[in-house]
Design a protein around this ligand. Structure first.
Ligand SMILES: [Mn+2]
Length: 299
């Protein structure tokens, strides 16, 4: 397996902590961008996240350890120059390979249309799993711009594969999508209902099955801290609010992998790139915090 070596990989890890063979976590960058509708640039998202990650501390002050010791391999970017429908299959095959190798896959986009391919791979090896979507947008359109595989249809395609989806932070959808949501009794935790309390957290988690795949569209965050997305929406979630919820999910469910999509980097403001990189590292920490595989460093 070809992977990015020190010092150009995620977190700038030496080879003993980032080779494919011994790393538990494998990051697959997919800079795919074919169906974005407003601001272009999410193809540069994975590289911006990796660049930012090389400047963040390996020591996690909340968890009290260097989570990177679990081993985090960064694969070479998966470049797919195909229409979205064919792309989904390439994504599926590549993620499937990581699951067959017993890795914990993290997919970095790129646009949200890559998610159905990831979900397909997890469906192949997990009988009963659910999807947790953090997103400003419902992404439940049946078709958009002439394709059923547009970023705007991402979760509709996921629903074709997995019926149990919990949507958090949603604050933008079409009339048709709203009818679909009501008709199918989809489990949505609207941004307007959750922004100022935490009572929703347990309810959201109780709707998830034992195994969970998380798809994290960065536009779920408020645009004051995450302005670098293709279709920003005001009224999003805050940093610690999201972290607290994620920690809760990782503690109560078996998260089997996740994607982080839609970063559209702006060279004049790199802080959102750091936010994205830090959230990814936090999620790795929440996943592997309690495993004996991480040796605490004693100085
Ligand atoms: Mn979105």
């Amino acid at each position: 397996m070809n992977y990015i070596k020190f010092p150009n990989n995620f977190l700038e890890l030496e080879d003993n902590l980032s080779n494919y063979g011994t790393s538990k976590v494998v990051i697959l960058p997919i800079p795919y961008e074919k169906t974005t509708t407003y601001v272009k640039g999410t193809a540069k998202g994975p590289q911006a996240i990796i660049n930012a990650s090389r400047n963040i501390e390996l020591y996690d002050e909340e968890l009290g350890k260097e989570i990177s010791n679990v081993g985090i391999c960064t694969l070479n970017p998966l470049i797919i120059d195909k229409n979205p429908e064919e792309m989904v299959n390439d994504v599926f095959e590549n993620v499937k390979e990581l699951l067959d190798d017993n890795k914990f896959p993290i997919i970095i986009g790129g646009e949200h249309s890559i998610t159905p391919g990831c979900v397909k791979a997890f469906a192949d090896s997990h009988d009963d799993f659910s999807i947790l979507q953090l997103d400003a947008h419902a992404d439940l359109r049946e078709e958009y711009d002439g394709t059923k595989f547009s970023h705007a249809c991402a979760m509709k395609r996921c629903l074709d594969i997995c019926k149990n989806i919990v949507q958090v932070g949603i604050r933008s959808l079409s009339y048709e999508e709203s009818i679909f949501v009501k008709k199918n009794k989809l489990k949505i935790f609207w941004a307007k209902d959750i922004f100022d309390n935490d009572e929703w957290e347990e309810k959201a988690i109780s709707n998830l099955s034992k195994d969970v795949y998380i798809t994290f569209d960065l536009d779920v965050l408020d645009l004051s801290i995450m302005p670098s997305t293709g279709t920003p929406e005001p009224g999003g979630l805050r940093y610690y609010q999201v972290l607290r919820f994620l920690k809760n999910v990782f503690e109560k469910r078996n998260v089997v992998g996740f994607d982080v999509v839609e970063l559209c980097p702006n060279v004049n403001n790199v802080s959102p790139d750091f936010t994205a990189a830090k959230i990814i590292y936090k999620m790795i920490g929440y996943k592997f915090n309690n495993k004996n595989t991480i040796n605490e460093k004693i100085s």
